[in-house]
Ligand binder design. Sequence first.
Ligand SMILES: NC(=O)c1ccc[n+]([C@@H]2O[C@H](COP(=O)([O-])OP(=O)(O)OC[C@H]3O[C@@H](n4cnc5c(N)ncnc54)[C@H](OP(=O)(O)O)[C@@H]3O)[C@@H](O)[C@H]2O)c1
Length: 265
Amino acid sequence: MRIAGTLGIVGGNGQLGSAIARGLLTAGAIAPEALWVSARSGRAEALADWPGITVTTDNQALADACDTILMSVPPAGFGQVGINAPDRLVVSVMAGVTRERLASETGAARIVRAMSSPAAAERMAYSPWIGTGAVTEEDRETVRTLFSAVGTTDELTDEGHIDHFTALTGPVPGFVALYADCMIRFAVAEGIAPEVAERAIRQLFLSSGRMLGREGPSPANEVKAMVDYAGTTAAGLVAMEKAGIAGVIAEGLRAAVAKAREIGG
Ligand SMILES: NC(=O)c1ccc[n+]([C@@H]2O[C@H](COP(=O)([O-])OP(=O)(O)OC[C@H]3O[C@@H](n4cnc5c(N)ncnc54)[C@H](OP(=O)(O)O)[C@@H]3O)[C@@H](O)[C@H]2O)c1
């Protein structure tokens, strides 16, 4: 499906903005001619494969030309964007920036606050979102089309949960990379060559990701099936639970959520 009208990405040369743009263009959800990108440098090297895109340093020109504006600059730089867009749909993927602040800085009433991740380039992001009361059914369709084209999406009912997803699913592969690294460090400490350990664990995460990502037993049921089988994995899982792995992960995630709440300014 195509996004209706024109889309402008403020910060579209950045890691997340360019990933979303690439995902959308690859999916055919937007034509290059309907896509605007702004960056301080006025360059969009990451999107050089699509010469039809309009690239500018002028954020207001982008806002005037586009029906939907996607804000993707660092939260600390949001105050310098300086757009007035009272009659536009403004969507933000910036961590920690509330709908209230988005409205006061842009003059828009139709605001959607979302979270996404650079996995959007591979069309594998998870992008939850929540709109203001002024968001129309047509706007919802635009947002669903945008985020479905780059992965999967849910409309939320509690804005605070965007901070949770900033911690949980924004930093791909963040927490999953730590778990993989712990496994690699264990294997190396046991005398396995580092390159062999890394190759083995990368393959494990690739195959596990495919198995957990598709429809099928929930992660909890996968664990239960392993524990019921009572083999080597069960011994490991039971020992990890007993050592408090769930509490350690929750503590880390709580710290990440607290940081997400802080950085919006
Ligand atoms: N990267 C992630 O993994 C991730 C995940 C979830 C959410 N986010 C959110 O996504 C947003 C962008 O993060 P990022 O990692 O993509 O940042 P980034 O790589 O540093 O890119 C930021 C982009 O914003 C542009 N920019 C900065 N100030 C601007 C201004 N006043 N006007 C126009 N463009 C401006 C930069 O222009 P130049 O190219 O000229 O420097 C650059 O293109 C952040 O709010 C972050 O919280 C990021």
